[in-house]
Design a protein around this ligand. Structure first.
Ligand code: PEP
Length: 275
């Protein structure tokens, strides 16, 4: 399977150049979108767009479609370098009596390599606690899936001057719960200020860079080799603001929601984070 890259493939690709050995990623979270026919068209457009992309090798790419569409999207992206993820994973392992749940083993079996954990929509809409997120992270990593851990403060937390404290609490809770049983190449952190998600109001490059530098310090302080963990920015990333965000030294890529539903926009953002 051509999109089954390893950490060392990535380390050898040009997607780490200039970023101190950190892999640059642009990832698309399709959320609860779109209907099956449009999802197929979107995956087709991404595969076609990438096959025409000759001028400049792109950074690493991944998309997170609706779980129900994983198998079909995997078939379309099979020959492309785009990796595939799911937006959630069960804490229940393997197969068994867990009605409605999707275990990491089932997701892997459908072709997923990645899973999102801690997205703010799941924290707020499903009330996911740090303890539940730890169980999900462990289930994913121990089953061989890679994980994107999302962290970020709300507007009221930022206005109260607590943005760094909130992000530190979220990140540290998971680093401690994982108890060092993970490989730095298999975890990506996404800083997503809640007030910037789906609002059209991105964090300024200065504010995003400051938080990314802070996250990087926390990672490195926790375990020296975590300095190679990629830290992505998420929150209203579009083709027209991607260039400035990409120029920040501690921003290694983007987790993109709305703009990932248009192949041309997603690929334009990928180009901004490449080369
Ligand atoms: C997201 O859902 O992770 C996200 C960043 O969404 P948007 O790009 O639409 O703000």
């Amino acid at each position: 399977m051509s999109n089954n890259h390893t950490g060392s493939d990535r380390a050898n690709s040009n997607s780490t150049d200039g970023h101190h050995g950190r892999t640059r990623w642009v990832m698309g979270n399709w959320k609860m979108n779109p209907l099956r026919k449009e999802a197929i068209q979107l995956a087709d457009a991404l595969a076609t767009g990438l096959s025409k992309q000759t001028a400049q090798p792109l950074c690493q790419l991944a998309v997170f479609p609706v779980a129900l569409h994983t198998l079909e999207i995997e078939t379309i992206l099979h020959e492309s370098p785009i990796e595939l993820g799911c937006q959630d994973v069960s804490v229940h392992r393997g197969l068994g009596a867990s009605t409605g749940e999707l275990s990491a083993e089932l997701l892997k079996d459908a072709g997923a390599q990645w899973v999102l954990v801690g997205h703010s929509e799941r924290r707020s809409q499903q009330g996911e606690s740090e303890a539940l997120l730890s169980a999900k992270l462990k289930a994913a990593l121990e089953s061989g899936l890679n994980a994107v851990l999302c962290v970020g403060e709300t507007l009221s937390e930022r206005e109260a001057g607590r943005a760094e404290a909130v992000v530190a609490e979220q990140l540290t809770a998971q680093l401690v719960a994982l108890a060092d049983r993970f490989d730095a190449q298999r975890v990506v952190v996404a800083y997503e200020p809640v007030w910037a998600i789906g609002t059209g109001k991105s964090a300024s490059p200065e504010d995003a860079q400051a938080m990314h530098a802070f996250i990087r310090q926390l990672l490195e302080k926790h375990r020296a080799d975590l300095k190679t963990v990629s830290v992505l920015y998420g929150g209203s990333v579009k083709p027209d603001n991607a260039g400035l965000l990409a120029s920040c030294p501690d921003i290694d890529g983007a987790l993109v929601g709305g703009a990932s539903l248009k192949a041309a926009d997603f690929l334009a953002i990928a180009r901004a984070f490449s080369g």
